[in-house]
Design a protein. Structure first.
Length: 290
């Protein structure tokens, strides 16, 4: 996979139908540090032409675990009940080595396809979880009370900024409790979850364009374990309300730019300034945990 500068050796390229055994020594500098999760997420991918290779599917995860975390015989995790791996990336089918073949096989009129056409190119940008869009991602199954290790990574381009939100359950990532992690190209993360809430929950990218383009999947949590101890809730129950009211909102009640002293509609950035906009304003009261 790794191209070696100036040489052509066996591991420079593996032709179709052939194989090559790579040996990767796992040295200490690639291992989880004491405060890390028990297994770190890494990836491997082809480097012949990395962007095209990755968009053609030549990429996969590689986990490096602390000693004793894997079952000696099966190689599966011994420290958690479940583990899942998800790649979040905008798969650029325009970059795929198979683009011409795909056009020939799957377009009704291949000769009419203009590969430089902006609409055609946009239709080939797949906002995917492990290569699946709009909930077609195979749904991970788990039980309330189980420990789940999520290995998440991003790849791709400058557009691949993915704040990934897990509905329904929180997790620990980089030492913080959260339900959102931020993935960028070639960013690898771990999310350690103790599953608390049953149901069918979404996993989504929170970038609005990506969400609308299909970057969302689901995971399922069942009440399938009987020996779950739920902590007692001792706090007092309080009732609050959230109201939405229509108000006339003024973004610049002073009528001028406080820094330049100019009227707000004098700036080239705000030539169409109209200070009053009708908005919904929400009012909320805070609750606290006890
Ligand atoms: Cu995204």
């Amino acid at each position: 996979m790794e191209r070696l500068a100036g040489t052509r050796v066996m591991n420079d390229m593996v032709p179709p139908g052939k194989n090559y055994t790579y040996v990767w020594p796992v040295r200490e500098e690639y291992a989880p540090a004491p405060a890390d999760a028990n297994c770190l997420t890494w990836v491997y991918h082809s480097h012949i032409d990395a962007p095209k290779d990755i968009c053609s599917g030549l990429i996969g995860p590689l986990l490096v675990c602390k000693e004793g975390m894997l079952n000696r015989y099966s190689g599966t995790r011994a420290d958690v009940d479940r583990e899942f791996i998800i790649m979040f990336t905008l798969v650029e089918e325009n970059q795929s080595w198979y683009l011409d073949e795909n056009i020939r096989h799957f377009c009704t009129d291949p000769d009419s396809v203009d590969k430089d056409d902006a609409v055609f190119q946009r239709s080939n940008k797949m906002h995917a979880l492990n290569g699946f869009l709009f909930g077609n991602f195979p749904e991970p199954e788990m039980c309330v009370g189980e420990s789940v290790s999520w290995h998440l990574f991003g790849m791709g381009n400058e557009i691949d900024i993915h704040p990934i939100y897990f509905y329904g359950n929180t997790f620990i990532s980089r030492g913080h409790r959260t339900d959102v992690v931020n993935l960028f190209p070639a960013t690898f993360l771990m999310a350690e979850m103790i599953v608390e809430n049953s149901g069918k929950w979404m996993i989504t990218c929170q970038v609005s364009d990506h969400l609308q383009a299909g970057m969302l999947g689901q995971y399922n949590v069942g009440n399938c374990k009987s020996d779950i101890l739920h902590p007692k809730m001792n706090g007092q129950q309080r009732r609050y309300f959230i109201a939405a009211e229509k108000v006339l909102w003024d973004y610049g009640p002073l009528g001028y730019d406080k820094f330049s002293g100019l009227p707000l509609n004098a700036s080239r950035r705000t030539p169409f300034w109209d200070s009053s906009i009708v908005m919904l304003q929400s009012t909320s009261h805070k609750g606290k945990t006890e």
